[in-house]
Write a protein that binds this ligand. Structure first.
Ligand code: MG
Length: 262
């Protein structure tokens, strides 16, 4: 079992967290998504007790670092933040980025006109540099708006060699072949982890769940944790542990740290 493997080999364990909806509550303005109070201390406590603590997010890695103020946090010097689903890495203040997906500038230019044509009202475009996120959370009929934009955005993305990823009242356009599963697996290989825990809340985290399943097939201990919400059901069905949103993730992290002391 994953928990047993982690408790047996804590120095060879990797604990990975998604950011939004997992460490930080979802808020209307993604630029204001701060970690749940106490998260930084909890990650720091875990970081002293396991081999590697990582954040794997769709955000730019340096943006997640800034929002969480992780760079200046005591005891988090080893924290690794993988951003843009794996296209970017932040560690100890250093940011490494791959090249921008080729079709992105054209999509960036055409996207506002396409959204205007759909006449949905105030859709938020979040330009993440290596990807574009279209948020409908602030619209009065957000779920219906999401259904309306999904198809046209997928078509626009495909025309420029890009792909879409749906999240909680958001559709993101980004480069192909990059997902949280490949990102997590790469971290496990790099750090030689013999146990891996992954905590996520959204559809983009399913790729990381798949990676943990693949790694289990190789004898690596895996533990899947779901930060549950009433917006997404798919992860709770597959998880070993289901907790209630970021406050539940915080409690889980603290309990994990105390188990490692026991
Ligand atoms: Mg999330």
């Amino acid at each position: 079992m994953g928990l047993e493997a982690l408790l047996t080999h804590p120095r060879h364990a990797l604990v990975g967290f998604d950011y939004d909806g997992t460490l930080a509550p979802i808020v209307d303005d993604p630029a204001q998504a701060r970690p749940e109070a106490g998260v930084v201390d909890a990650l720091s406590a875990l970081s002293q007790r396991v081999g590697t603590v990582a954040i794997v997010t769709g955000r730019p890695a340096d943006q997640a670092a800034a929002l969480g103020r992780f760079g200046s946090a005591a005891g988090l010097g080893d924290l690794v933040i993988v951003g843009h689903y794996g296209a970017q890495r932040w560690h100890a203040g250093d940011l490494t980025t791959i090249e921008m997906p080729g079709g992105l500038p054209a999509v960036r230019e055409q996207l506002p006109r396409l959204l205007d044509g759909l006449k949905l009202g105030d859709v938020d475009i979040e330009d993440k540099g290596l990807s574009l996120a279209v948020h409908v959370r602030r619209l009065p009929h957000a779920q219906r708006a999401l259904d309306t934009i999904r198809g046209p955005l997928a078509k626009l993305a495909a025309e420029h060699g890009l792909v879409t990823e749906q999240g909680r009242l958001v559709v993101e356009i980004r480069g192909p072949g990059i997902d949280k599963g490949h990102a997590l697996e790469a971290l496990v290989r790099e750090f030689g982890a013999r146990a891996v825990v992954f905590v996520g809340d959204d559809l983009g985290d399913l790729a990381a769940y798949d990676a943990v399943d693949r790694l289990r097939g190789e004898g690596i201990g895996g533990l899947l944790v779901c930060s549950a919400s009433d917006e997404v059901e798919e992860l709770a069905r597959r998880a070993d542990v289901v907790v209630a949103g970021p406050p539940g993730v915080l409690r889980f992290s603290r309990e994990l740290a105390s188990l490692l002391d026991g």
